[in-house]
Design a protein around this ligand. Sequence first.
Ligand code: 5GP
Ligand code: ZN
Length: 141
Amino acid sequence: MSKQCVFCDIVAGDSPSVTVAEDDTSLAFMDINPASDGHLLVIPKRHSTDLLDIPAEDLTAVTLSAQRIAEVAVRELGADGVNLLNCCGADAWQTVFHFHLHVIPWYVDKTRDRLTLPWAPTRGRMDTIAELGARLSAAAN
Ligand code: 5GP
Ligand code: ZN
């Protein structure tokens, strides 16, 4: 996979990155286009395309690593909060097709981040919400 995948190249050491943390399964490194001070990515070392195909053990390792680093961002960088983001699919803003979790520290001081809520929350129709919830529930269980 490494021939086509920039994140596999980073795991292999064939492409440079600023490593923050790693274990046998996951790697955390700084994002080159940071949305905020300390924005980083956590990936599985083993290639998975996206949220729909990553094995549970890799997803678990990546998520636990993201939690640990989120705590460090608050403690060390003084972040006022943290957003985790995963984009799954090109239409949902995924641009690198090796699963990754964005860890984006959030700051009250807007000189330190450019993150905004990506939608304007407006109240939905209850019948539509209930119908979609019932369909998802029936298919998920
Ligand atoms: P996506 O849009 O797929 O959710 O996010 C991909 C992220 O990977 C972007 O935030 C982008 O800045 C980051 N990125 C893309 N190429 C590289 C790279 O070569 N090195 C690093 N460190 N980050 C990258
Ligand atoms: Zn890869």
